[in-house]
Design a protein. Structure first.
Length: 79
């Protein structure tokens, strides 16, 4: 793995630790200078949600504090 920042055209994607145990429920994230990118891991070339840095920090804080309601939909829990 190369040291240092990656070019903006090649974000380093990782799977969410909250993704389901099977491969049908995975969300991936990549950090970029202006925030975070979110995508469905099954759609590598599909749409990407771009989240600004401040909004991402607020979201992560809300998750850490348990402030987001969770509801059951199908076989897995979602926000």
């Amino acid at each position: 793995m190369p040291a240092g920042p990656r070019p903006a055209s090649k974000p380093l994607w990782f799977k969410s630790s909250y993704s389901g145990g099977n491969t049908t429920e995975c969300v991936e994230c990549a950090y970029v200078p202006h925030g975070a990118l979110i995508r469905d891991s099954k759609l590598k070339r599909g749409p990407v949600v771009v989240v600004g840095g401040k909004a991402w920090r607020c979201f992560v804080a809300a998750v850490d504090q348990g402030a987001l309601p969770v509801r059951q939909v199908g076989p897995s829990a979602v926000l």
